[in-house]
Design a protein. Structure first.
Length: 271
C-alpha cells in the first residue's frame, strides 16, 4: 500500500458515533530534505519551499473547515516552525502548543547528517539492503555507541529525567515503543475522546508512518511500502473507541507526487 485509502467504519447500529478528528502532517521540506540527508534528531530549519508548504497546509485545513483546538509538535525546529506558520495562517496562534521528544523523527544513529545516496553507495548499491535499513519495520541503522557524544542530544532534552531512554539509533519498531503509549493516553484517550478536541500534530515522516500503522492496523511487512510526503495534512476520523472510521489526505494529487519522491530518496544523487 503506497498511499492511505479510506477505510469505512463497520456499522454496528443505526446511529454511528460522532467522529473525532486528528490532523497530522509531516513538516514542510527542511534544508536537510532538500540536500537529501538523513536528518533524524539533527535540528534543521525549513527550506523556503518548506515554508510555502506549511502555508499551503494551512490553506487546506481552512478549505476543509477543520478547526484544531490544540497542537502537538516535536522538539525539532522544522516541526515547530511548520506548526507556528500553520497557526498564524489559521489565526489561532494562542491555542495550547505541546512539544515532546516522543514526536521527534526516528533517530538514524550514525547515519544522521549523511547524504542518503552516499549511504546507498556505501552499502554496495544494494537496493534491498538500503531499503531494509531505511523502511523495514525492524531495520536498524548503526547506533551511536554509549559513551560517545551524540551532538543531536542537547539542552532541550534536559527535562528527560532518565537520559538513558533517549535513543542512539532506532528502527520503526523502536519509534513505536516510545510513541504509541504517549499517543494513546495523552492524545487519543485524553484530548480527543474525553475532551472532544480536534488535535493537530505536526511531526516527522516516521511518526506519521507509525500512526498510520497503529490506527489502520498495517502489518509489519506492509508498513515498509508506505511513504509520507512533506506538508500535506492527513486526517484521521476516529470513533469513541479509538477505532478508525476513515483517513485521507487533504490533497490526494500532491500527496501522490510527494510519496513518489520520498520513495526514491537516496537511490540517485541529488545536485
Amino acid at each position: 500500500m503506497s498511499t492511505p485509502v479510506e477505510k469505512e467504519q463497520s456499522e454496528t447500529n443505526s446511529s454511528p458515533m460522532p467522529a473525532h478528528k486528528l490532523i497530522i502532517l509531516r513538516h514542510g521540506e527542511s534544508q536537510g530534505n532538500k540536500e537529501n540527508k538523513f536528518c533524524g534528531w539533527i535540528d534543521i530549519p525549513l527550506s523556503h519551499r518548506g515554508q510555502h508548504e506549511a502555508e499551503y497546509a494551512a490553506e487546506l485545513i481552512l478549505q476543509h473547515h477543520l478547526d484544531p483546538d490544540i497542537i502537538y509538535t516535536s522538539k525539532l525546529t522544522r516541526s515547530i516552525e511548520t506548526g507556528l506558520i500553520i497557526l498564524q495562517k489559521l489565526n489561532k496562534p494562542w491555542i495550547d502548543h505541546i512539544k515532546t521528544w516522543r514526536l521527534n523523527e526516528r533517530h538514524y544513529g550514525s547515519y544522521q547528517g549523511r547524504d542518503k545516496h552516499e549511504v546507498f553507495l556505501e552499502l554496495g548499491q544494494d537496493k534491498e539492503k538500503y531499503n531494509y535499513i531505511r523502511r523495514d519495520y525492524h531495520g536498524l541503522p548503526p547506533q551511536i555507541p554509549k559513551g560517545t557524544v551524540d551532538p543531536s542530544i542537547d539542552e532541550r532534552y534536559n527535562d528527560v529525567l532518565n537520559q538513558d531512554i533517549l535513543p542512539r539509533g532506532e528502527s520503526l519498531a523502536m519509534v513505536m515503543e516510545r510513541l504509541i503509549p504517549f499517543f494513546k493516553l495523552e492524545i487519543l484517550d485524553n484530548q480527543m475522546v474525553q475532551l472532544n478536541k480536534t488535535v493537530l500534530i505536526v511531526t516527522h515522516g516516521s511518526i506519521v508512518r507509525s500512526l498510520i500503522k497503529y490506527l489502520n492496523k498495517v502489518s509489519d511487512d506492509d508498513i515498509s511500502k508506505i511513504n509520507v510526503p512533506t506538508g500535506i495534512p492527513l486526517v484521521f476520523e476516529l470513533d469513541d473507541r479509538g477505532d478508525l472510521i476513515k483517513f485521507y489526505y487533504l490533497d490526494e494529487e500532491k500527496a501522490e507526487a510527494g510519496i513518489e519522491k520520498v520513495k526514491n530518496e537516496g537511490l540517485v544523487k541529488v545536485g
